[in-house]
Design a protein around this ligand. Structure first.
Ligand code: 48N
Length: 310
């Protein structure tokens, strides 16, 4: 077994900085004790190690993902399902999820009216089998005992994939729009900022954003919330969409197939999915049933692959 490393060596070895001066207080990991009779001890640490462990990784990720293959805006049920299907189908693709909230998941932490069981209509239950979420089979639909069981399982599967990066507490506050060689406007990435900054532009001036460029953006920013339907609204203000369709009244049977079948590239380089599409197209809402989000997310993944391969 390799000799226990003192923290000094480990610290310097990771290239975080110059060799720390040897300190008698530092000890080897062998001295830690896991017992609960008042002797519990951790391996000692320097505060700078914690800071540098975060800073190094986060900003290396930001640097590396400044150019991504696919950016998914919104880590709700549609965006996360898209990320799962895309990342598992194409592990070579650099997939970057941008989520405005600190807590990802969007509206999928609850079923409806703050009740926790989640209803998913067949055949979308097949995705639950794929990611390993147990459910009660009620014939035409299934019920997951708690929406968080679905969302946390999906999140854990997505974040465990090596080609997926998620930047939460980060908002897309604009789209990168280039003119291609044919003179056509094409979405070519996103403009980002810390969400707390994006929500405070009217309290400070000149808090400029950052950018992530990519050939395909999937926007699944939902229909409500502080930035709901973000890209759909931006397409209108950027003159790429005449007007918002505005989500129609609730009709479960009409809305869920419509949202899945209409998930598409709404403007070159931008695929729209989930409830944001209802706002873009003026389609019905479905309320507290989530199969349409799953189907739309998977369709958006297929669309993204089509655009990338075209
Ligand atoms: O869960 P949502 O809001 O959106 P979807 O489309 O994934 O799922 C919608 C679903 O939860 C329903 O609304 C159900 C089916 N009810 C329907 C009905 O009839 O009421 O997730 C969108 C995510 C959220 O986490 C937002 O924080 C995030 O997108 N987001 C953004 N992230 C980054 N930049 C932005 N500009 C932005 N805007 C929203």
């Amino acid at each position: 077994m390799a000799p226990a490393q003192t923290l000094d060596n480990k610290f310097a070895e990771n290239g975080f900085g110059k060799q720390l001066k040897p300190s008698s207080k530092l000890t080897t990991y062998d001295d830690v004790a896991e017992n609960y009779d008042g002797q519990y001890r951790f391996a000692p640490i320097q505060e700078a190690q914690v800071s540098r462990a975060m800073i190094k990784r986060y900003f290396e990720t930001m640097y590396e993902r400044a150019v991504s293959d696919v950016v998914i805006v919104g880590a709700g049920s549609a965006g996360l399902t898209c990320a799962y299907h895309l990342a598992s189908t194409r592990p070579d693709l650099k997939i970057t999820i941008i989520e405005a909230n600190v807590a990802p998941g969007g509206g999928a932490w609850l079923g409806g009216q703050l009740m926790t069981p989640m209803v998913i209509r067949k055949p979308a239950n097949r995705f639950l089998q794929t990611i390993g979420v147990p459910y009660e089979d009620e014939g035409a639909y299934v019920v997951v005992k708690h929406a968080a069981l679905f969302t946390s399982t999906l999140l854990s599967r997505v974040l465990a994939m090596p080609n997926v990066v998620m930047m939460n507490a980060t908002a897309v506050e604009d789209l990168i729009i280039h003119e291609d060689h044919a003179g056509q406007q094409r979405v070519a990435g996103v403009v980002t900022n810390w969400t707390l900054v994006a929500l405070n532009h009217d309290t400070q001036s000149c808090m400029d954003p950052n950018t992530i460029t990519c050939p395909v953006v999937v926007s699944a920013t939902g229909h409500d919330g502080p930035m709901g339907a973000f890209s759909a609204k931006r397409l209108v203000s950027a003159g790429l969409l005449k007007e918002l369709g505005n989500m129609r009244g609730l009709d479960m049977n009409r809305s869920e197939p419509a949202i899945v079948n209409n998930t598409r590239e709404v403007t070159p380089g931008l695929i729209m999915a989930g409830m944001e599409l209802s706002e873009h197209d003026g389609k019905n809402r479905m309320g507290p049933t989530f199969g349409g989000m799953i189907g739309s997310g998977i369709k958006a993944a297929h669309e993204a692959l089509r655009v990338l391969d075209s």
